[in-house]
Design a protein around this ligand. Structure first.
Ligand SMILES: [Zn+2]
Length: 287
């Protein structure tokens, strides 16, 4: 016998066991008198994913024991449902607290049923860090822009570029017609904006905000004549040359200097982020 579904508001909680959701059970469509406390009922919960974890895992009854132990502390209490997670409760129970199931562990368990040992690869871990740096898969929309991908590819982490170069690459002008191929993305949503059309500047500013690039200055040493780059944080009126150690006053150079940008953080790795950018774009399309 089944009853109609009801919506309830859950309160999320964080404890030593991870993220969970606590909720009051709705009014029961059956007699729940204390005299009947030995009677059981299955509450089937359907809920959203929370961050990197699931509240209602896929329908795999072989994982009931794992589901019960992880979500409800009792291996025998869970029954995987198509589209929900069933928990066996007493008819008199008034509330339910469920812990979420972390994706990586859940995926390993699914493979384990079929005798396959699975663990995240270094490339996979890097991609998940990359997605996190961008603020989630939706934050990776900016990588749909071909010019953004070319810009990241073109400048190795030890090479800097100026804003105009960045905007030209993101704008992706056709060398023959000078038509900006960026036009294909002018409706792309990357973050809240006041104007209807996206411009290459918006994409560049977004990448700066997300720490894909950082700002600095390219300076020329008066002694050894070599150019070197310092971050905005390290730039001082008297700066030491990284090659010869000579300390010189940079102020006279500032007149004709623009900010020079470099890739930073995870994007400062010289391994193409192990293919993380195309994977993030692909995951975004399929999400
Ligand atoms: Zn020098």
């Amino acid at each position: 016998m089944t009853f109609a579904a009801k919506s309830v508001l859950g309160a999320s909680l964080e404890d030593g066991l991870g993220t969970g959701v606590a909720f009051q059970l709705p009014e029961k469509p059956f007699l729940a008198d204390t005299a009947l406390h030995v009677q059981k009922v299955v509450v089937s919960v359907t809920g959203p994913n929370i961050g990197n974890a699931m509240l209602t895992p896929p329908f795999i009854p072989q994982l009931n024991e794992y589901y019960g132990r992880t979500a409800y502390f009792r291996g025998s209490a869970a029954r995987s449902d198509p589209g929900g997670l069933g928990i066996i409760l007493n008819v008199t129970d008034e509330q339910l607290t469920l812990h979420t199931l972390p994706f990586p562990e859940l995926i390993s368990r699914i493979f384990e049923i079929h005798g396959i040992k699975a663990k995240p690869s270094p490339a996979g871990l890097l991609t998940s860090r990359l997605v996190a740096q961008m603020g989630g898969l939706q934050g990776c929309r900016v990588f749909k822009i071909a010019g953004v991908r070319s810009l990241i590819k073109k400048y190795a982490p030890d090479r800097s570029f100026e804003r105009t170069e960045a905007l030209t690459m993101i704008g992706d002008a056709d060398p023959a017609t000078h038509q900006q191929r960026f036009d294909a993305y002018k409706r792309l949503y990357i973050e809240q904006r006041d104007k209807p059309e996206l411009k290459p500047e918006d994409a560049f500013l977004y990448l700066l905000k997300k720490g894909v690039f950082r700002a600095g200055l390219k300076l020329a040493c008066p002694t050894c004549q070599l150019d070197f780059w310092v971050t905005l944080d390290d730039a001082k009126s008297t700066t030491e040359c990284v090659y010869c150690g000579f300390a010189f006053n940079v102020v006279p150079q500032l007149r004709d200097r623009n900010w020079a940008y470099r890739r930073s953080g995870l994007f400062g790795r010289d391994d193409h982020q192990r293919g993380g950018i195309p994977v993030a774009v692909m995951l975004h399309f399929s999400s």
